[in-house]
Design a protein around this ligand. Structure first.
Ligand code: SF4
Ligand code: SF4
Length: 96
C-alpha cells in the first residue's frame, strides 16, 4: 500500500501534546534496585528511564507518548504503575 507524501511538519500538526500535572506512570525505584535486565532502559523509545549510580531508576513521565512498551516488558510486579493521562492531557491524535 502506498501512502501519500506528507512532510514531518504536516504530520506533527495533527498531534497535540499537553503535559499533565499528574504523573500517569510511576516507577518504584526500590523494586528496580533488584532488576538485572533493565528492559525499560533499552525499550523506551523516548529514553525516559535512566539508571542511577545507586542501582535505581530515574523516570520522568513528561515526555511519554503512551506507547505502553515499558509496562508490557517490565517483569517486576509493582515496579511500574501505569495509567493514561487525564482527559485532554498527554498525546491526542487528530485527523489532519
Ligand atoms: S521498571 Fe521494570 S524493567 Fe525497568 S528497571 Fe524497574 S523493574 Fe527493571
Ligand atoms: S509508555 Fe512508552 S514512551 Fe512512555 S515511558 Fe513507557 S515506553 Fe516510554
Amino acid at each position: 500500500m502506498d501512502y501519500p507524501e506528507i512532510s514531518f511538519e504536516d504530520r506533527m500538526s495533527t498531534v497535540d501534546f499537553q503535559v499533565s500535572q499528574r504523573a500517569h506512570i510511576e516507577v518504584d525505584s526500590e523494586i528496580c534496585n533488584s532488576c538485572t535486565t533493565r528492559e525499560c532502559v533499552h525499550a523506551c523509545p523516548a529514553n525516559l528511564f535512566v539508571p542511577t549510580t545507586d542501582g535505581g531508576i530515574l523516570f520522568n513521565y513528561e515526555q511519554c507518548f503512551e506507547c505502553g512498551t515499558c509496562y508490557l516488558l517490565c517483569n517486576k510486579q509493582g515496579a511500574i504503575s501505569w495509567t493514561y493521562p487525564d482527559g485532554g492531557d498527554g498525546v491526542t491524535f487528530r485527523k489532519g
